[in-house]
Design a protein around this ligand. Structure first.
Ligand SMILES: *Cc1c(COP(=O)(O)O)cnc(C)c1O
Length: 408
């Protein structure tokens, strides 16, 4: 008899996107001629930067020669890529992060969920509400929670509500927690953290022997030079933080797959006997056992992000989406909506008008102007009354959406 992991039965049945698809399908069936625009998906739409494509083509040619052929790569990723990352993404901003502390992987989604492999049972886990659902669901699968209540909150998790009421800045937990997931710039709210705010978290973590899991997938979208891109810009973060980064959103690698995790040397957790154990060594062990990394070709593509041409192209790509975000913000403000985000992130977080709930607003936009967005409640109970629009789309679709919104 094969026993399954019963924790999976606690998961709410992948409710959000299937439900969106169900409603869109019903709408399409009833309105076959409607010109539907989807601003709901968190996936990029623009083609890969030429520098990355060129580097990958060259890498394929390398693989076709006896001298250039590569089999299994180094477990942490190629050193040339890790060095380029350490230099450009961290050292250039004054962060004390070196190439040895970087692990290349095929995604931040997997890293931010696989990381639970190296932690024991019984850690108290804090997440914001609303939140990127991966953090919550991976904890449920790992047995770190009880069952979900009627609002979808899992027993055992500490939820830190973020809304317009607290400027989308989660308050420091009133009960002690061990693991804290933070994502800035934030998906789904588009909020961003100041250095002072991150400093408060680092101080809390150091004072309480807690660990921050910092997701910086959207750091490239930050426009204000004073805002921090990395948790390691805060002094003391090396003692209490792990950072996840990805090439998915800045360089359009969602389908190409390359990301990285930074685990500072010397960062520790406590083992059953009370001894301090280095997390870097545990993650290295975990990755070398369960992963064979990312292809040579893709790592060459990621490396090209740091070439002069690559930097210019990635900047143009980010500017393109941020211009979309500005158009969305402008359109919403002309139409009298209350909204947040979209200034340092590709997401705009709308307060639904007249107290209508998230799904009600979803149906309203779909039925009146054929526009699909994402109901805030899909990201957590405290997302009720909000709605996410994504700037990842063509300029034409974004302009057309805002024209339609004006007619509401
Ligand atoms: C898109 C996204 C990522 C990136 O995930 P990949 O697996 O690297 O594509 C990570 N975190 C958040 C919050 C995201 O929205």
């Amino acid at each position: 008899m094969v026993k399954i992991n019963d924790n999976y039965l606690k998961l709410k049945a992948g409710y959000l996107f299937p439900e969106i698809n169900r409603r869109v399908k019903a709408f399409r069936f009833a309105n076959p001629d409607a010109a539907l625009i989807r601003l709901g998906i968190g996936d990029v739409t623009e083609p890969l930067p030429p520098a990355c494509r060129e580097a990958m083509k060259n890498a394929i040619d390398d693989m076709g020669t006896a001298e250039g052929f590569r089999g299994y790569g180094p477990e942490q990723g190629y050193e040339w890529l890790r060095k380029a990352i350490a230099e450009h993404d961290f050292q250039s901003r004054g962060c004390d992060v070196n190439a040895e502390e970087i692990f290349i992987s095929d995604g931040s989604k997997c890293d931010s969920s696989n990381i639970l492999d190296i932690f024991g049972a019984g850690n108290r886990v804090a997440v914001t509400d609303p939140v990127y659902p991966v953090y919550v669901d991976s904890n449920v699968m790992a047995g770190q929670t009880g069952k979900a209540d009627s609002e979808g909150r899992y027993a055992g998790l500490t939820y830190l509500p973020i809304s317009a009421d607290n400027d989308f800045a989660a308050e420091i937990p009133s009960e002690p927690v061990d693991l804290i997931y933070l994502c800035f710039p934030n998906n789904p709210t588009g909020a961003v953290a100041t250095k002072a705010q991150l400093k408060t978290w680092v101080e809390y973590a150091r004072g309480n022997n807690a660990l921050i899991l910092f997701d910086a997938a959207y750091e490239a979208f930050i426009q204000d030079p004073d805002l921090p891109h990395s948790i390691f810009e805060v002094e003391g973060a090396r003692e209490c933080a792990i950072e996840f980064r990805s090439f998915s959103k800045n360089a359009g690698f969602t389908g190409t797959r390359c990301a990285l995790t930074v685990i500072p040397k010397g960062l520790t957790g406590t083992c059953g006997q009370g001894e301090q154990i280095e997390l870097w060594s545990l993650w290295n062990r975990r990755q070398s056992t369960k992963s064979n990394g990312v292809s040579y070709i893709v790592q060459r593509g990621a490396e090209a992000v740091y070439s002069a041409a690559g930097q210019a192209e990635v900047k143009a790509l980010v500017s393109f989406y941020m211009k979309n975000a500005a158009i969305i913000r402008h359109g919403l403000s002309v139409s009298g909506f209350e909204f947040y985000g979209g200034q340092h992130a590709p997401y705009v977080w709308i307060k639904t008008p007249n107290g209508i709930d998230s799904w009600g607003f979803f149906d309203y936009l779909l039925n009146t102007i054929s526009v699909v967005g994402t109901p805030g409640i899909g990201f957590g109970a405290a997302g009720e009354g909000y709605f996410r629009l994504s700037a990842f789309n063509s300029r034409e679709n974004v302009n057309e959406t805002m024209e339609r919104i004006k007619c509401l």
